[in-house]
Design a protein around this ligand. Structure first.
Ligand SMILES: NC(=O)C1=CN([C@@H]2O[C@H](COP(=O)(O)OP(=O)(O)OC[C@H]3O[C@@H](n4cnc5c(N)ncnc54)[C@H](O)[C@@H]3O)[C@@H](O)[C@H]2O)C=CC1
Ligand SMILES: O=C(O)/C=C/C=C(\O)C(=O)O
Length: 504
């Protein structure tokens, strides 16, 4: 396969690639062998201050916010074109950095371009206001204005796709932004900065500061000139960010963790359900917020279903992420590998039967966790309640619809749910009763970029996607206009008061 050189990564501030002010860097490690790939500039408050100042100046002084929409959208489409032209390199860098199989990162590179094109279309057709003719003297109308500097904080599990999912609507609506990418996956964010630089986007409109959450991320959240934070990541981090942004009255969009149920009723199309749940838990190496990490199977079909699952698990191709045939690659980082391994120990202690594929010995240097089934689970086990964020699925039998609905909802998260049944009354009934932001009936996680994407309970606050992103990335302003003569009450009117005193 084609390979690409990897350079050290710098911040991108005000249209320049720059070292950090402290001069500090950190090593970026390969998930495949834990060797250093490159060095990355480490950002702190001072770097964030510079990036926010650049974004603020670009917002205040234009021309981004004030340029004709058609012209702004030319930049968006140019960025999409350049992503497509560089798709091979983007997927190479993404797989190198994250361990995600190259067959999957190719799709994510394409999705990055689609995110820019999609929001170009949406902003033209759906960034719309309302108007109310009150009577023949008044009319009111609303407009949606860009807010200012958007702070974007992203995770490592699908970095390029998730970064562009925030940047595209933020820019399309006329904001400027500062991105703080995840420290474990800086490569494609850097490539995106190169692409954006090449597109000729005005200086300061888009900026990146690399570094750690507790320093660079926290400084972005606390910065008084940053009006909003769009965050994707762990629920506990989201809660911390909301607290830290409260003093500066930020608005937040929170896309957080999940522990999503897939429910297989006895009348389901079992072959399709099997394909869907195997893909749903083991794609993205299991590092997927919408993963169906809890599988509920009706007791009458569970033996047959589990036998098929075991066969699939033993057959999944674990390998080098650069191999086009690889289905599962290494986890992002040794710390995350240790965390997932800890959950496998907990599963054993809790009495689950563990079934997993085998990792080829050639891959022992990497952060590989084999695709794993946890059988004989109950919904109250730690491994059925906490987000593991690895290729590990807890399998739980059920007897009745009522029982499985109760178990599906008995979890703190509410991101996604999947239900498989050929009884469509039951399909709709179950989908409407389950506590989650998104439900797929007889389907895997098929994306339609127009839908509101996000979760309920501990899985998130707010929705992004489609026109829902505009509610977050724009300020709605209402303008009341008098178009005819009307009465205005007079207070403290000298003439009127003089007449009244004379009358006394
Ligand atoms: N609901 C959704 O759409 C999605 C949710 N996720 C969730 O993301 C998580 C995995 O990603 P991770 O990178 O481990 O999440 P994380 O929460 O550890 O980090 C995410 C980002 O937040 C930054 N950060 C950490 N502490 C911070 C702080 N105090 N202030 C500001 N920024 C801070 C990190 O540097 C990183 O850029 C999982 O829980 C997963 O479910 C992932 C993808 C999609
Ligand atoms: O499609 C999106 O916008 C986000 C998808 C994120 C996942 O599917 C995930 O991490 O599970």
């Amino acid at each position: 396969m084609q390979t690409f050189p990897v350079q050290d990564v710098k911040h991108y501030i005000n249209g320049q690639f720059v070292d950090g002010i402290s001069g500090k860097t950190f090593e970026n490690l390969s998930p495949f062998n834990n060797k250093a790939i490159n060095n990355v500039a480490e950002g702190f408050k001072e770097d964030i201050d510079q990036a926010v100042a650049a974004a603020r100046a670009a917002f205040d002084n234009g021309p981004w916010r004030t340029m004709k929409l058609e012209e702004r959208l030319k930049y968006m489409n140019r960025i999409a074109d350049l992503i497509e032209e560089n798709a091979e390199e983007i997927s190479f860098l993404e797989s190198l950095d994250t361990g995600l199989p190259i067959s999957q990162t190719k799709k994510q590179a394409a999705r990055g371009a689609e995110n820019f094109r999609f929001y170009s279309e949406m902003v033209k057709s759906r960034l719309i206001g309302e108007s109310y003719q009150v009577d023949d003297t008044f009319i009111n109308y609303t407009i949606h204005k860009p807010i200012g500097v958007a702070g974007l904080i992203t995770p490592w599990n699908a970095p390029f796709m998730l970064e562009t999912w925030k940047i595209a609507p933020a820019l399309a609506t006329g904001n400027t932004c500062v991105l703080k990418p995840a420290e474990w996956s800086p490569l494609t964010a850097n490539k995106l900065a190169q692409i954006i630089d090449q597109s000729g986007l005005p200086k300061g409109v888009f900026n990146i500061v690399h570094g750690f959450g507790e320093t660079a991320g926290a400084s972005l959240v606390a910065h008084p000139e940053v009006q909003l934070i769009s965050f994707t990541g762990e629920t506990t981090t989201g809660a911390e960010i909301i607290k830290n942004g409260a003093d500066t009255m930020k608005r937040f969009s929170m896309e957080l963790g999940g522990k999503s149920p897939a429910v297989i009723f006895e009348d389901a199309d079992l072959e399709k359900a099997l394909d869907s749940v195997v893909w749903g838990i083991y794609s993205f190496n299991g590092e997927r917020c919408t993963a169906n990490s809890r599988l509920f199977v009706h007791e009458s079909i569970i033996d047959q279903f589990v036998a098929e699952l075991k066969a699939r698990v033993h057959n999944i191709k674990i390998g080098n992420p650069m191999d086009p045939n690889t289905e599962i690659g290494p986890l992002i980082h040794r710390n995350h590998f240790n965390n997932v391994s800890r959950y496998l120990d907990i599963a054993k202690d809790e009495g689950a039967e563990i079934v997993s594929g085998a990792i080829p010995s050639a891959f022992k240097e990497g952060n590989f966790i084999a695709p794993t089934l946890l059988l004989n689970c109950t919904n109250d086990m730690t491994v059925a309640q906490e987000e593991i964020f690895g290729p590990v699925m807890a399998v739980i039998p059920f007897k009745t619809e009522e029982e499985v609905l109760r178990m599906a909802n008995d979890v703190k998260y509410g991101l996604a749910a999947y239900v498989w049944t050929n009884d469509m009354k039951r399909g709709h009934r179950f989908a409407q009763a389950v506590d989650s932001g998104m439900v797929w009936v007889n389907s895997q996680n098929v994306r339609d970029l127009r839908i509101p994407f996000g979760g309920s309970k501990y899985s998130g606050v707010g929705r992004e996607g489609g026109h829902y992103s505009f509610e977050f990335y724009t300020e709605t302003q209402v303008i009341h206009v008098a178009i005819g003569e009307h009465h205005i009450p007079k207070f403290g009117d000298v003439k009127q008061n003089a007449v009244s005193s004379a009358e006394k």
